[in-house]
Design a protein around this ligand. Structure first.
Ligand code: SF4
Length: 629
């Protein structure tokens, strides 16, 4: 067996309440390595096309990677992937924390979960063993209750759990899975997939160390990170204020802070929703993920809403969605919204965005108080937003409509509501403005999951003359590209950056610690993989793996009937921004269409359909997936 892996994959059949262990060759492990690529492989090979995302035949893949458990800052993420109940094609979501390390130490590189249990269960994996346990007594309870009960039942407070609350049980299409109550697999509705399978939680604890090729090299990389962290701009800013401190004011001054459901790019009350404001009100400390000295994870507690600190605190995405994008200027509302979403397991981005969508419908007279259970849904009403969160989780009243996500809710409301749904492939936009950073326009349109801000690096630090441009030299990108540009140089830039980000999702690494403009640079990635496995690898092999990852996900999408027609953006992006430094800017339809066609050509995909061509699949060694089984 290859070093760096456990060599075991757990197959779980919930319908039969059975588990089985499978072993794979080193060839398999070197081709996919973990995370996103391995998950897509299982979706392609273990699931038949056209199945219901919320039916028993959907497959939920849970994958760690070759680097999971290495003592490297950021080597702590894991992937959940399945057919998405939001886009009915491909769903995937990563989270950091500690769960991945416990899962791998429990003896498994991946879990492949099928079927639907006849009654609620949870999966318990430890030291090479796996068992499905009764969870009827946990059903109907929130994530905090569930985690505490499982730890007490199994008698170990160090057990790591990935659980669903009522949002997942009630099949909210954007339900999340929450690990340790503070780390979310937020996107793509993976919580609803678990709920549809009657799977309340996965609990992991292990003591099985993975064999490592070169521990001294790993120590050297760790000490490099610790030595240089304080001088690196991204590490320093994250250490100071987390993602909230990094993004909120910078994006506002750049004119790319989504405001009033993506009408504008600047919020006139931004100082009310900054990290400094959080620090002065309901900040309750800072937490971290496995082996990471940055400690960027906020904790909030107390305040006028009695925020429970066990659920962590708001990241920038949550703050943007419940703050400027719905014109809310109260950081305590934002922190409470974060708590409620993690408690009930709802994606904070989709939840905030569907509420902003509802506010725009309300202000335009498409819905009124008779529809909204009496709530006054004007923009800026934070307490109404808080009241809607449990309604969505429990599918009560107006919440039942919003639980379908903005795209489907718009179709049901009709009357032109579709123009207020800011989604791509039916998934809501994260808090980054595509008109001001055009790489994000490509990312939202082309990500296999739908709108996703972690599809490639963001434009600003890579403009000509900016500090991060040299980080792209190893990819052969020798000049910066303007943020607002959709020409061939930008498309090439996007393609290579997408390969790198897909690679990071496959190696299950935190994109704040490694990659372009990060302290762990591109040259360190082969060093990490080599230190774990002993393989003589290269940036070439690994960037190709990144492309393989993107293409595998595209294969899943295409198989489910999605393609070029779905690589689209809402009309609003082709209309001018109405506030901020970039007021008046919009995307050019023709330039965007040309950029997509060029992207397909560069990726070796058919320009008419957006389907990967056979030659590219052969080049990436995935034309015949049977060879890996
Ligand atoms: S940078 Fe933040 S999110 Fe990434 S591993 Fe470190 S603490 Fe976790």
């Amino acid at each position: 067996m290859a070093k760096g892996f456990q060599g075991k994959i757990l197959k779980v059949d919930l319908t039969r309440l059975s588990v089985a262990v499978e072993e794979r060759s080193e060839y398999f492990y070197r081709t996919f390595m973990g995370g996103s690529a391995m998950a897509s492989y299982f979706l392609l090979t273990e699931m038949r096309p056209g199945r219901d995302a919320l039916g028993p035949e959907n497959v939920l893949a849970v994958t760690t990677s070759v680097l999971t458990g290495a003592p490297l800052a950021g080597a702590n993420r894991y992937t959940l992937a399945a057919k998405s109940p939001l886009n009915d094609g491909f769903g995937e979501s990563e989270a950091g924390g500690y769960f991945s390390v416990e899962l791998k130490k429990a003896g498994f590189d991946a879990l492949v979960i099928k079927g639907r249990a006849p009654r609620p269960v949870y999966l318990w994996v430890t030291d090479g063993r796996a068992e499905l346990r009764e969870a009827s007594h946990l059903w109907g309870h929130d994530s905090g209750f569930t985690q505490t009960a499982i730890r007490e039942e199994l008698g170990d407070a160090k057990i790591q759990t990935a659980v669903i609350g009522q949002g997942g049980e009630n099949l909210v299409r954007f339900a999340s899975v929450v690990h340790d109550l503070r780390h979310s697999n937020g996107r793509s509705g993976m919580g609803a997939v678990m709920g549809s399978k009657n799977l309340k939680a996965i609990a992991a604890r292990g003591r099985l160390e993975v064999e490592v090729h070169d521990k001294d090299k790993l120590r050297e990389l760790t000490s490099y990170f610790a030595r240089n962290m304080k001088d690196h701009p991204v590490c320093a800013v994250l250490k100071q204020g987390g993602t909230l401190g990094w993004d909120m004011e910078d994006l506002d001054s750049d004119g790319v802070l989504p405001t009033r459901n993506f009408h504008g790019g600047s919020f006139d009350k931004v100082e009310s929703v900054t990290f400094e404001k959080l620090k002065a009100t309901v900040s309750a400390g800072r937490r971290t993920c496995y082996a990471c000295p940055i400690r960027c994870k906020q904790v909030a507690g107390g305040g006028k809403f009695a925020i429970d600190p066990q659920y962590g605190g708001p990241e920038y995405e949550t703050s943007g969605a419940f703050g400027p994008n719905m014109l809310v200027d109260d950081i305590e509302v934002i922190a409470k919204a974060h708590e409620l979403c993690n408690r009930y397991t709802l994606d904070t981005i989709d939840t905030g965005m569907v509420i902003a969508f509802a506010m725009e419908c309300y202000e335009n007279g498409l819905v009124d108080k008779t529809d909204t259970d009496g709530l006054d849904l004007r923009f800026g009403n934070g307490e109404a937003a808080l009241a809607l969160i449990p309604k969505i989780a429990f599918r009560e009243g107006f919440g039942a409509l919003l639980a379908e996500g903005s795209f489907r809710a718009a179709a049901k409301i009709g009357k032109g509501a579709e123009r207020f749904a800011m989604t791509a492939k039916k998934q809501a936009f994260p808090m980054h403005e595509p008109r001001g950073k055009n790489n994000i326009a490509l990312a939202y349109a082309l990500s296999p999951t739908g709108a996703d801000h972690i599809e490639a690096a963001h434009d600003m630090p890579f403009e000509e003359g900016r500090w991060a441009v040299p980080d792209l030299y190893p990819l052969g990108i020798l000049k910066g590209v303007p943020a607002r540009d959709l020409g061939p140089r930008k498309v090439r830039w996007f393609v290579y950056n997408q390969h790198v980000y897909s690679l990071l999702n496959t190696l299950s690494m935190c994109f704040f610690t490694v990659g372009p403009a990060r302290l762990f640079r591109l040259k360190h990635i082969p060093e990490m993989v080599e230190a774990m496995t002993g393989w003589e690898t290269s940036l070439f092999e690994l960037v190709t793996l990144g492309e393989r990852t993107t293409t595998l996900a595209r294969q899943v999408l295409v198989r489910e009937g999605l393609g070029k027609k779905d690589d689209a953006l809402p009309d609003r992006l082709f209309e001018p921004l109405d506030s901020g430094r970039l007021k008046g800017w919009k995307l050019d339809r023709e330039a965007f269409a040309k950029a997509l066609d060029l992207y397909y050509e560069m990726m070796g995909w058919d320009v008419e359909t957006g389907k990967p061509r056979p030659a590219r699949l052969h080049l990436l060694n995935i034309a015949d997936l049977d060879q890996f089984s």
